[in-house]
Ligand binder design. Structure first.
Ligand SMILES: [Zn+2]
Ligand SMILES: [Zn+2]
Length: 387
């Protein structure tokens, strides 16, 4: 495998960082020890600038190439946070914090990007600037969004961004990617229906929210069947239906519906939110009641840019001899916010035959480190070829 020789030399050191991070997991924005460790290492490597406190506990390191003839900057991003899971791997460097573990391999992502930063800072064999971005709170906290909101793209004049995630079940160190929509948008909604409660034997005196709710549930299915382009993905699921009464002889005054919407296309997501609100309000009005809709967007669809995806795949092929077409992933990914701010690409690197991510027996595979680090370094050296 034509990984960079320097990463074979650095492997013991990078593995040591990875296992230290693994032993000391921190959740969401509480990555204080991890962020301090990352910032210390970046300074030790000789980064030209190290900025902390971006997106609360995020860190950015700036590495300038030997030359900078056209002012281009590439952003490379890793996530640093762990999960609220109690570790069951039994490895000697298992989590020292009960109820927290690196069960998604972000310890590996952080260590690999540190390894690439060390190499890039010592060689600087590129024309332009690299921003290494370490974000907290990928696991549901929106740390990537907070870093973008803190202005990292403009402040560091980042032109394009790249991200990577390990993938259990793929051969270790092998890559896969897809252009366009890759990870799904996962939204949540609550619909509160209000009518007029009363005696179940006297419906004429009530506005029945149970019947209203049933109509809403059925009508919402027309978003997928009648409003969406049939070749595009949209799932609208009502997952909870509770009424304000549990008696046999009372028509409830209120009904509360909960559910989720999954989409792979920002236009379909916009349409689904709009239609869900119109259908709930319109159906309630038709029945003489009122609907209040609370629609909350989670992470947006993560969309890989075409050009950068082709380039990322070409680099992956040069590192590991191949790059497969990845399937759509219905999970969400916070890197979506960075890809909405700048063009770029997100790639998967094989973690071998391990437990799946978010499982108490999962562990990042250190054998993926040379391929992962080489991919980062090659992205920079090929995208910003030395003048
Ligand atoms: Zn995860
Ligand atoms: Zn993850």
């Amino acid at each position: 495998m034509p990984v960079k020789n320097r990463f074979a030399e650095l492997l013991p050191e990078i593995t040591e960082w990875r296992r230290d991070l693994h032993e000391n997991p921190e959740i969401l924005f509480e990555t204080h020890r991890t962020s301090a460790l990352v910032a210390d290492k970046l300074k030790e490597f000789g980064c030209d600038e190290v900025v902390t406190g971006l997106g609360r506990t995020g860190v950015v390191g700036i590495i300038k190439g030997k030359t900078d003839t056209n002012g281009r900057t590439i952003g490379l991003r890793a996530d640093m946070d762990a999960l609220p899971i109690h570790e069951e791997t039994g490895v000697p460097y298992a989590s020292k914090t009960p109820g927290a573990m690196h069960a998604c391999g972000h310890d590996g992502h952080t260590a690999m990007l540190l390894g690439a930063a060390k190499y890039l800072a010592e060689t600087r064999n590129f024309d332009g600037t690299v921003a290494v971005i370490f974000q907290p709170a990928e696991e549901g906290g929106g740390g990537g969004k907070e870093m973008v909101d803190d202005g990292i793209m403009d402040r560091f004049k980042i032109d394009e961004v790249y991200g990577m995630h390990n993938w259990p079940g793929r051969p270790v160190g092998s890559f896969s990617i897809r252009p366009g929509a890759f990870f799904a948008a996962a939204d949540q909604f609550d619909i509160y229906l209000t009518g007029r409660g009363g005696h179940a034997a006297k419906p004429q005196d009530t506005v029945d929210t149970t019947v209203m709710g049933a109509h809403v549930v059925l009508a919402l299915q027309s978003i997928a069947s009648r409003n969406a382009d049939p070749v595009k993905q949209v799932v609208v699921s009502v997952t909870s239906f509770t009424t304000g009464s549990n008696a046999h002889n009372v028509i409830p005054e209120t009904v509360h519906l909960k559910g989720t919407v999954r989409t792979m296309d920002p236009d379909i997501q916009d349409m689904a939110e709009k239609r869900l609100t119109e259908i709930a309000e319109g159906t309630a009005a038709m029945m003489g009641g009122v609907a209040k809709v609370d629609y909350r967007r989670g992470y947006p669809v993560m969309v890989n840019s075409e050009e950068q995806t082709d380039f990322a795949a070409e680099v992956a092929r040069s590192v590991s001899g191949g790059c497969d077409d990845a399937p759509l992933v219905m999970g969400g990914e916070d890197f979506a916010f960075m890809l909405n701010a700048r063009p770029g690409a997100y790639i998967l690197v094989g973690n071998g035959d391990t437990a799946n991510v978010h499982h108490p027996k999962y562990n990042f595979n250190d054998e993926a480190i040379p391929a992962g680090c080489s991919w980062w370094a090659e992205i920079v050296e090929r995208r910003l070829p030395a003048a």
